[in-house]
Write a protein that binds this ligand. Structure first.
Ligand code: FES
Length: 231
């Protein structure tokens, strides 16, 4: 068998090279088109809707609870509430030394608690009432134990036992402010809040503090030591 002439061998090799170049160019074009389409597709994916805790975590900005010094335990007078803003400048709370050990109470006597002052019924601000006192809006009623009393529709919260509802229409306990007590100085700090949410805006069943925060702090002004007691 005779070998093809040298000219023919050169033509075959050069033809193969051209074919490979063409194949490569086609592959590059197809890949670029695919990447372009994918990017265009990503751009047109609709924003996910918020319907549950997992999606909330994925879609909302991560925020941290501020840690703010409130008062020194030695300056507190039993049953005299201290009002402060937390975690936003326009979300009031009440700290009080109840004079009797409380669930989740802090301080040397375990009787200092703090709760949101925003009623979980329709958002009125409620007031602290000591046992036997009379709400301004209802002179005929003497509250039996120290509690939070809402004058809008008579909502009552037991601040000694987790802020649970003990009267009126509120659908859930009032959120608690997490307090930290410094044994060596007596200083008390606010470090977070319990769920479900401060305004009841979160999705049903949200109790994870991070989700609560993500819901309630969007667009709000987070309190600082300069604004914690401002009006
Ligand atoms: S808003 Fe407080 S009881 Fe209705």
């Amino acid at each position: 068998v005779s070998n093809p002439p040298e000219d023919e061998l050169v033509d075959i090799a050069s033809g193969r090279r051209d074919f490979l170049k063409l194949t490569l160019a086609a592959a590059v074009i197809v890949t670029s088109a695919a990447v372009g389409s994918f990017l265009r597709f990503l751009r047109f994916i609709p924003s996910p809707t918020i319907s549950g805790t997992a999606e909330v975590n994925a879609n909302l900005v991560h925020l941290s609870w501020p840690r703010i010094k409130l008062v020194n335990a030695k300056t507190l007078i039993p049953l005299q509430p201290v009002n402060f803003n937390y975690p936003l400048v326009n979300t009031p709370n009440t700290l009080v030394k109840l004079g009797a050990k409380a669930d989740d109470g802090i301080g040397p006597d375990g009787d200092i608690v703090a709760y949101s002052s925003i009623c979980q019924h329709l958002g009125c601000y409620f007031a602290f009432q000591s046992a036997g006192s009379t709400p301004l809006c209802d002179p005929s009623y003497k509250v039996p134990t120290a509690e939070g009393y809402c004058c809008c529709h008579g909502g009552e919260y037991d601040l000694q036992h987790g802020g649970k509802v003990i009267g009126g229409p509120p659908p859930r306990a009032v959120p608690r402010v997490f307090l930290e007590y410094d044994n060596s100085t007596g200083d008390i700090y606010a470090t977070g809040m319990s769920g479900p949410t401060i305004f009841g805006h979160g999705p049903p069943g949200t109790t994870d503090p991070a989700s609560v925060l993500s819901y309630d702090l969007q667009g709000g002004e987070i309190v600082t030591s300069a604004t914690v007691f401002s009006e």
